[in-house]
Design a protein around this ligand. Structure first.
Ligand SMILES: *Cc1c(COP(=O)(O)O)cnc(C)c1O
Length: 411
C-alpha cells in the first residue's frame, strides 16, 4: 500500500509518534539520515548540560560524587545498553570507538594457531573495518592478501549466508561480519552464522553499528563471542560519542590486546600498581579515561530508546521501511526503471534503511537536499533512506517519494 491517505492512516496508529516532539528536527528539513548521524533529543541535551554543570561546579569532584559519578559511567551505561542487545549486564561496556574496539577485540580473539591463521570477513563491510583487520594481520606478521578471506556479493549485490558458511574452513581462526550491511541495508542471520562458526571451532564477532538501536539482538542467547557498535547512528548520542563493546561472559578471562588503566579492577585502579589486575567483566577492555562530556548525551538518548522499547522500535521501523519499499515499487520504479532497490524485501533480511540505486544518484541526492530532504549518498550510485521510528512519519516518507519522482524526471 502506498499514497498519502495510507500514510496519514499509518501515522494515526503509530504508537511511537509521541517521541518525535522530543527531538530537534533540523528546521525546514525532512531528516532521513539517522543511520549516519541520529538527531539530538531534549533528553540528550539535558544530560549533556548536566555533565557540563558538574564540571563547572565540582571540578575533579565529579569523578566520585554520590549520584552518577563519572568514574562508573562506562559500566552503568553498559548495563543499561545490554538490554538493547540481549546481553547480560556485565557483558557490555560503553567505551572506545568502533574502529578502536575492532582493533582491541580482534587482538584478543584472533589467535592464529598453526593452520588456523586466517580471518573471514566480507568485501561489503565498511572499509575502516577492513583496514583494521588488515592491520591486525600485519601486526601478527601475516599478509592480508593471503590471510584475510573476503566473502563477496551474489548477483543481487547481497551476501549469501550459505556462501559465508562455506568459507568457514579449517584455516579460519576468527569471523568478523556486519549485522546489517551499511550500504544495502541487508540484515544477516547472526544466530545461524554464530552456530555455524561454533560448529567449526571458530570465534565470531559482529559489527552492529547499523543494527544497534533499530533491530533487537539476542547476543548472549546466540552465544556470539564479541560485538561492537557506535552510539551516534540509531542510538542518537551525538557525533563521536563513545561506542559499545560486548564480550560473551565465557571469554571474560581473556586479555585485552590494548590494555589500559581504565580496564583495571575498579577497587584497585587508584592503587596505581605496576601489575595489570583487569576487571572481571567486559570492563577490562577499557583503555583510557572516558570522554565524559562528549558521551554525556548518551544517557538521555538511551532513556528514550529504552522507553520506546526495542520490540516496538523494530515493529515500527519495519512498517516505515515497508511503506517506503512499497511506495518505491508501486510509484517510482514503474515510472523510471533505472532505479533498483538493493535492500531485500523480506523482513528478516532488512535492517533500518532502504538503499536505492540509480546511475544519477549524486544529482538526485543533491536535488533532494536542495528541497530540504536529507538522505545519504554512498558513491557512486546509492542513496540510503533511513526513516527513524523515533522521529520520522509516514507522511514524510510519502513526501520523499513524491520528490524522488519529480527529481528523477529531471535527470
Ligand atoms: C559507522 C560505522 C563505523 C564508524 O567507525 P568509527 O570508528 O566510529 O569512525 C565503522 N564501521 C561500520 C560498519 C559503521 O557503520
Amino acid at each position: 500500500m502506498a499514497g498519502r491517505a495510507e500514510a496519514e492512516k499509518l501515522d494515526r496508529s503509530n504508537e511511537l509518534s509521541r517521541f518525535r516532539e522530543r527531538f530537534y528536527i533540523p528546521p525546514g528539513t525532512i531528516y532521513m539520515d539517522g543511520n549516519s548521524l541520529g538527531l539530538l533529543s531534549t533528553d540528550a541535551e539535558k544530560s549533556l548540560l548536566r555533565r557540563l554543570d558538574e564540571w563547572k561546579n565540582l571540578g575533579i569532584g565529579g569523578w566520585l560524587k554520590e549520584e552518577k559519578p563519572w568514574f562508573v559511567v562506562a559500566e552503568e551505561t553498559g548495563k543499561l545498553a545490554s538490554r538493547l542487545v540481549g546481553a547480560e549486564k556485565n557483558e557490555v561496556i560503553f567505551t572506545g570507538t568502533t574502529t578502536v574496539n575492532i582493533h582491541n577485540l580482534t587482538g584478543t580473539f584472533f589467535q592464529p594457531d598453526g593452520k588456523r591463521n586466517k580471518i573471514l570477513a566480507d568485501q561489503l563491510n565498511f572499509p575502516g573495518d577492513l583496514y583494521a583487520l588488515q592491520g591486525q594481520l600485519r601486526m601478527k606478521n601475516l599478509d592480508p592478501r593471503s590471510h584475510l578471506i573476503l566473502a563477496g556479493p551474489d548477483r543481487n549485490g547481497l551476501l549469501d549466508e550459505d556462501a559465508i558458511i562455506g568459507l568457514m574452513g579449517e584455516d579460519v581462526s576468527m569471523v568478523f561480519l556486519p549485522s546489517v550491511l551499511y550500504r544495502s541495508g541487508q540484515l544477516l542471520d547472526m544466530e545461524r552464522l554464530t552456530a555455524a562458526a561454533h560448529e567449526r571451532g571458530i570465534n565470531i564477532g559482529f559489527d552492529c553499528c547499523h543494527s544497534a538501536g533499530i533491530v533487537p539482538h539476542r547476543l548472549s542467547e546466540w552465544g556470539v563471542d564479541f560485538a561492537l557498535w557506535c552510539s551516534y547512528k540509531y542510538l542518537n548520542a551525538g557525533p563521536g560519542a563513545a561506542a559499545f563493546l560486548y564480550i560473551n561472559k565465557k571469554h571474560h578471562n581473556l586479555l585485552p590486546s590494548l590494555p589500559g588503566w581504565f580496564g583495571q579492577e575498579k577497587a584497585k585502579q587508584f592503587e596505581m600498581l605496576p601489575e595489570f589486575n583487569p576487571a572481571a567483566h567486559a570492563g577490562r577492555w577499557q583503555i583510557s579515561t572516558p570522554g565524559i562530556l562528549g558521551s554525556a548525551p548518551m544517557e538521555g538518548a538511551l532513556q528514550i530508546t529504552l522507553e520506546a522499547g526495542m520490540e516496538r522500535i523494530r515493529a515500527t521501523s519495519l512498517r516505515l521501511t515497508g511503506f517506503l519499499y512499497d511506495s518505491i515499487m508501486t510509484r517510482i520504479i514503474p515510472a523510471d526503471n533505472r532505479f533498483v532497490l538493493l535492500t531485500p524485501r523480506e523482513q528478516h533480511c532488512r535492517g533500518g534503511h532502504i538503499a536505492l540505486q540509480h546511475p544519477r544518484a549524486d544529482d538526485i541526492y543533491n536535488d533532494l537536499l536542495s528541497r530540504g530532504i536529507v538522505t545519504d549518498l554512498r558513491p557512486p550510485n546509492i542513496i540510503r533512506i533511513a526513516p527513524s521510528p523515533l522521529y520520522n512519519t509516514f507522511a514524510e516518507i510519502d513526501k520523499v517519494v513524491g520528490s524522488l519522482l519529480e527529481t528523477a524526471a529531471e535527470y
